[in-house]
Write a protein that binds this ligand. Structure first.
Ligand code: DGJ
Length: 753
């Protein structure tokens, strides 16, 4: 509900509330963002500045308000904190309250920026500016989030150059720690936590895209908050381009948060009568710790960000040929893989890079769309028909924003590519980016991608993009707007197509892309153990339904780690399961293990993809949980094991104390060959550690691992379920946890009464 009385505005529902008021000088004083409160609480929240600080300055008569917690501000009139607005040659201060409006629902944007949708209420606050500009601040209240954005109108008779316009600003009281998520290719989402200090912290991308270097999402927590208690706020931006956030504490004890498009090199010419829209910022709040904040964010994304057709809709289990084949495939190899994928239980076959033009490596062909007839003599439609005969749907990879200089497209239109201002050719993965601010470029992409999709009756598209941009400022923003237009034109007309976006993995994992593609390829790092951490850290801000997570080969191509197949599967369950290696290399035991994995995942797919997610305490390992009202699934993962391990427990959460539950471990198979010469203790024959008997046993001998079943009350389980013992040199026992390093188990907990 949106309430207003005596110049106080309150957006509130049963989960959160947001309150501010108009001061006597027309400034917006921020009062509260947090737990539900009432309109009458305004005075309780307002800061009491008494005689103020001696060094203050400001417009005559309103010196002190410049120390207020504010909803908007600007340099040049006594507020020296981070300014949300800057104009070339104009004073950014001076926006004062004019009037407001409320709306049922969202207020649609007038540019191609995506925005949150669905049930909501909106408050529009209009600020007037002495020179004739007006700034419209939109606040939209959703069930578990508030979104904010600013729109600037040039009502003057002269052009105005905007050099900075944030989506939102607010000043909150108190001490906070901040967590940002930083990294690189195959090293996405590494958390960095710090105290918010007086000089502040900046979270920014200048790569042209949201980037794996600094994800736009971040969290603020009260010191001492943990997974289940304490106040935590999550912030994000519905935007895929250069972003900027600064979080800065003031001497007076206020923390200013601004977030929006990066101002680096930004100059936007706003002519009379034109407006400039900023991307939407998202804020969630929980007093139930990081876990509560994550679940609020997950619900918001699942219900208001991803495309409507895919909200809570089960995602297919896919096979992708990339890590198995790279550029080296033909139709018969693909069909051999497809037959095996089908036997395993996969539902979708994805043909990745290399199917068009002279694309036999990443050096050529990007930008062209003619099918490579040497690899696919029957074209996309021929391949699709054969896949359909096998009972598989067809998915296809594209990288429409890039172009290789060695391509027919570049030879015909070198001017369609973006070049660095310096004139130097800056290549990334041997490619340039196309200038999506140009209409002819956007039309070319829409026509060609649409034709291929329709021709191949494609039901899934992987939309890749594999380099950073050379564009900065307004050009970079125009390219992002161009990308959104292209995505809307192609997929708006084809809502039934499942779009997975990708950018060398998670280089563009953001809410902007998620408005078009309900899922994102989390990382090119498919090493299961590394992936566990990437998925775990993504889970702070994004739901499991958005994370493409595939089982790949071991030893792994990036780490050489030999992770057991069971663990590779168990980690991918906590995301969108897929398989991505050469299936022609599978043994019969591995085939059976994967069939078991897929059967288990299918049975619990909805809870894995859309259930409530929790990061659990796990004194001896790492543990996560998904649950709906009938089923709870706990995963327990280990890295290096130690000899003589102690007792171990798992700590499920959210069960009902008095109810009785059955607990069962997922049946999983061990690879017998990993025991090498130790097999002699359980086999009736003499064996050499690397001999034929051991190798054959690995391929054919079924060794069950860690079978455990019991029933107990919710209270008992939540205080710690004691697990079967680990292997300690004591021989084979199918009830023991036998896997050694990088082991894992999944426990299925079901309500009995
Ligand atoms: C980068 C992606 O992240 C990979 O999954 C794969 O699609 C390659 N590009 C193909 O070039």
């Amino acid at each position: 509900m949106i309430l207003s009385e005596n110049n106080v505005f309150l957006l509130e529902n049963e989960n959160l509330s947001y309150m501010f008021r108009v001061t006597e000088h027309g400034n917006l004083e921020h009062l509260h963002f947090g737990a539900p409160v009432q309109l009458g609480d305004a005075d309780a929240f307002s800061v009491k500045y008494g005689t103020g600080w001696g060094s203050n300055s400001g417009p005559e008569g309103e010196e002190f308000p410049m120390y207020l917690p504010l909803e908007w501000s600007g340099l040049g009139a006594g507020d020296y904190r981070e300014s949300p607005t800057e104009f070339a040659g104009e004073d950014p201060a001076g926006f004062k309250f004019s009037h407001y409006k409320t709306y049922d629902g969202i207020v649609p944007m007038s540019c191609s920026l995506p925005q949150a949708k669905g049930e909501a209420e909106t408050l529009e606050i209009v600020l007037g500016y002495i020179g004739g500009m007006s700034l419209h601040l939109f606040y939209t209240l959703f069930e578990t989030a508030i979104t904010r954005r600013a729109v600037l109108y040039n009502n003057t008779d002269r052009p105005v150059t905007v050099t900075k316009l944030m989506s939102y600003m607010l000043d909150i009281q108190g001490e906070y720690e901040i967590t940002t998520f930083n990294g690189s290719w195959i090293a996405e989402m590494r958390p960095y936590r710090a105290q918010v200090g007086l000089s502040g912290i900046v979270n920014e991308s200048t790569t042209g895209f949201s980037s794996a270097m600094h994800n736009p999402g971040f969290m603020l927590n009260q010191p001492g908050a943990n997974e289940t208690s304490g106040e935590v706020m999550g912030f994000n931006l519905v935007y895929s381009g250069n972003h900027y956030a600064r979080i800065q504490k003031s001497h007076e004890g206020l923390t200013r948060i601004v977030q929006g498009i990066s101002p680096v090199d930004f100059e936007w010419e706003l002519n009379p009568t034109e407006s400039f829209e900023t991307p939407e910022g998202v804020m969630v709040y929980s007093d139930k710790g990081f876990g509560g904040m994550s679940r609020a964010m997950h619900k918001f994304i699942n219900e208001h960000i991803v495309p409507k057709t895919w909200q809570y809709k089960d995602r297919p289990i896919l096979y992708n040929d990339w890590e198995g084949c790279m550029f080296n495939f033909n139709e018969s190899k693909l069909l051999s893989l497809a037959k095996k994928a089908k036997k395993l239980g996969c539902e979708l076959f994805v043909l990745d890079d290399g199917w068009f033009g002279e694309r036999n490596s990443d050096k050529a062909g990007l930008g062209d769309y003619d099918v490579n007839k040497k690899k696919l003599p029957n074209g996309l439609s021929g391949l699709q028909r054969k896949l359909s005969d096998l009972g598989l749907s067809f998915g296809l990879w594209f990288e429409p924003e890039g172009v290789n200089p060695d391509s027919n497209l570049y030879r015909a239109h070198p001017d369609w590519a973006l070049h660095a201002n310096s004139g130097v050719t800056v290549l990334g993965r041997n490619e340039l980016l196309l200038d999506l601010s140009k209409k002819e470029v956007r039309d070319y992409i829409v026509e060609n991608v649409s034709r291929c999709i329709d021709d191949g009756k494609v039901s899934y598209v992987k939309w890749d993009m594999n380099r950073h941009s050379t564009a900065l400022g307004a050009t970079a923003h125009k390219c992002v707007l161009g990308l959104y237009e292209v995505l809307d034109r192609i997929f708006g007309e084809r809502p039934e197509i499942l779009l997975e976006s990708c950018s060398s993995g998670g280089n563009r994992f953001d809410l902007g892309m998620l408005c078009f593609s309900p899922q994102v390829w989390s990382s090119d790092n498919t090493d299961a153990i590394e992936r566990y951490h990437i998925q775990y850290n993504l889970s702070y801000l994004y739901p499991l339904s958005t994370m493409g997570a595939h089982v790949s080969a071991a030893p792994h191509s990036q780490t050489l780690r030999d992770t057991p197949l069971t663990t590779r599967g168990n980690i991918s369950f906590f995301g969108l399961l897929g398989y991505e290696f050469d299936l022609d290399d599978l043994s019969s035991v591995e085939t059976e293990e994967i069939m078991n994995q897929i059967e288990f995942y299918k049975e619990h797919r909805h809870v894995f993809q859309f259930g409530e997610f929790r990061r659990l305490r796990a004194p001896e390992g790492m543990s996560i949980q998904v649950s709906d009202n009938r089923t709870t699934i706990v995963g327990l993962f280990h890295e290096l094991v130690h000899a003589a391990p102690g007792y171990e427990r798992i700590f499920p959460e959210g069960l009902e104390a008095r109810k009785t539950y059955s607990v069962e471990s997922r049946k999983q198979l061990l690879n017998a060959s990993k025991f090498g010469g130790l097999l002699k203790f359980i086999l009736p024959v003499k064996v050499k550690p690397d001999g034929i008997v051991v190798r054959t046993a690995g391929k054919k001998y079924r060794m069950w691992d860690a079978t455990q079943a019991c029933s107990a009350s919710g209270a008992a389980l939540m205080s710690g379920l004691s697990l079967n013992a680990r292997f300690m040199g004591t021989g084979y026992d199918p009830q023991m946890r036998m896997q050694g390093d990088f082991s894992s188990n999944i426990y299925l907990i079901k309500e009995e009464s």
